[in-house]
Design a protein around this ligand. Structure first.
Ligand code: MC0
Length: 136
């Protein structure tokens, strides 16, 4: 058996309409703090990362109407958008998904937020969940 590709859950991404309101909800109710905030133009999102042990809750709100998160919220409303799994080598992990014949969104690793290298795996062949491979 080879080593597992996932080393940790990096983040659970939750799409919200009101980012500040959602941040206040998590801070006030659960006492978790924002560690990082960033607008990621390429993906059309603003994120707030709240640290929970070694993982994050990633609150996401769209910054434009044609972004993936805006499209998704139009259909499904607020809620869990994707799961980010930490991997030691994004390129190797992505090749393994492709070699197994599963659909990917990013053909090659690309920049994510906070200086990470990421690749998205298509929900179609991932049992309905959008998966992000995250290399720190
Ligand atoms: C769409 N689908 C999803 C989904 N989004 N299923 C599960 N979870 C999601 N989040 C499903 C739809 O229901 C539909 O299924 C099919 O995928 C096609 O959806 P669509 O509405 O026609 O949309 P597309 O095909 O234009 O785009 C879907 C796709 C897109 C997943 C390819 O959202 C994408 O490229 N996502 C990757 C980038 C991303 O999500 N960026 C935002 C986070 P049916 O069965 O109806 O065909 S950025 C981020 O998180 C960064 C900053 C980071 O962490 O570093």
């Amino acid at each position: 058996m080879s080593e597992p590709v996932f080393t940790e859950i990096d983040h659970v991404a939750i799409a919200v309409r009101d980012l500040d309101g959602a941040v206040a909800y998590y801070q006030d109710t659960y006492g978790v703090e924002v560690e990082h905030r960033e607008v990621v133009e390429r993906d059309g999102v603003e994120e707030a990362l709240l640290k929970v042990a070694e993982s994050y809750v990633q609150l996401l709100t769209p910054t434009r109407d044609d972004s993936p998160v805006a499209k998704w919220m139009e259909k499904r409303g607020e809620g869990i958008h994707h799961v980010g799994y930490r991997v030691s080598d994004c390129a190797v992990a992505l090749e393994r998904v492709k070699a197994a014949g599963h659909m990917v969104i990013d053909e090659a690793p690309r920049p994510g937020s906070r200086g990470t290298t990421v690749a998205f795996v298509h929900p179609k062949t991932a049992f309905g969940t959008l998966i992000e491979l995250v290399q720190e």
